[in-house]
Design a protein around this ligand. Sequence first.
Ligand SMILES: [Zn+2]
Length: 93
Amino acid sequence: MTLEEAIGILEKDIHTDPPKSAITARKHDKAILMALKALEKQISKKPIERFTGNEYVCECPICHGETYTPNEVEIQSIQYCSWCGQKLDWRHK
Ligand SMILES: [Zn+2]
């Protein structure tokens, strides 16, 4: 199962407008939203490259936390944003 398929399945499980008294349903929805947020961070996103005037820095597309541009070896160790945990896609395409 791909991450996108898992997200699609979980999204269908969210209740549409549950009544305030339906505490279990609301907790269930909250748990699903937390899971979705975590799953979405596993889908790699391209960092935003920016030149500051003397060096290239990369910015997380989600939280805009900065990291430096890793070299080919370091890419393996910087697979995730160190600020928010977003998976980063360093491939050049
Ligand atoms: Zn981030």
